[in-house]
Design a protein around this ligand. Structure first.
Ligand code: ACO
Length: 181
């Protein structure tokens, strides 16, 4: 079995299959998805794909974090449905970490997840405070983010999200995690 993790923009023939793979998990218009994939470049953002015998079976996207130049945010990690639980997600993440460390010279990877924390903690990711990839955000505390007060500290320079009504506390709250490379 031949496996390779490569930047999508160097293998554009996989663009359409990559779009299908991601949209099979998270429905979005094909146009919007393709636009996002086409933004992949040698500097961030970068989409990495996992190829097995020249077929695309996995994808993840590395996005910049404006306020932390030596870190990135991993998003849209997905392995083809029928191949999950066979170690391919681990291979994709480990190769992406090598790429971040050795190719992009990054020091930290951040991500957020709802329900896949077990997968990431096995890979060495640890829970951390929320981080914004849109505004300027400077972490100031070591608090975690499991309850409705998750945003009560730490947000600087970005609008504070409105508090959740007490009857709408989401048990599946996003968990933020990070790993130092
Ligand atoms: N919770 C707990 N443990 C998990 C989970 C989970 N949700 N998923 C996998 N694991 C464990 C596996 O049991 C395995 O443990 P083991 O080493 O003791 O056997 C270990 O993590 C490694 O599992 P892999 O087989 O490498 O994972 P897989 O190939 O299935 O890929 C992935 C994991 C990417 C989460 C896949 O299941 C998937 O595509 N899920 C749907 C899309 C999704 O939710 N992606 C994550 C979104 S979050 C983000 O993008 C940052």
């Amino acid at each position: 079995m031949e496996l390779a993790v490569v930047p999508l923009h160097h293998y554009k023939k996989y663009m359409s299959d990559c779009c299908k793979l991601i949209n099979d998990e998270w429905k979005r218009s094909e146009t919007a998805r393709m636009r996002s994939l086409e933004s992949s470049s040698d500097t961030l953002p970068t989409s990495l794909i996992l190829l097995k015998n020249d077929q695309i079976i996995g994808h993840l996207k590395l996005s910049p974090i404006p306020s932390i130049s030596d870190a990135c945010f991993v998003e849209s990690v997905v392995i083809e449905r029928k191949l999950r639980g066979k170690g391919f997600g681990t291979i994709l993440m480990e190769k992406a970490e090598d790429y971040c460390k050795n190719h992009l010279q990054l020091k930290t990877i951040y991500l957020s997840t709802q329900g896949q924390e077990g997968f990431y903690s096995k890979l060495g990711y640890q829970e951390c405070q929320p981080i914004s990839i849109y505004g300027n955000y400077t972490p100031t505390t070591t608090m975690c983010c499991k309850n409705k007060n998750q945003y009560s500290n730490g947000w600087q320079g970005a609008p504070k999200p409105p508090p959740l009504p007490s009857n709408k506390i989401n048990v599946n709250t996003k968990i933020y995690m990070k790993k130092n490379l």
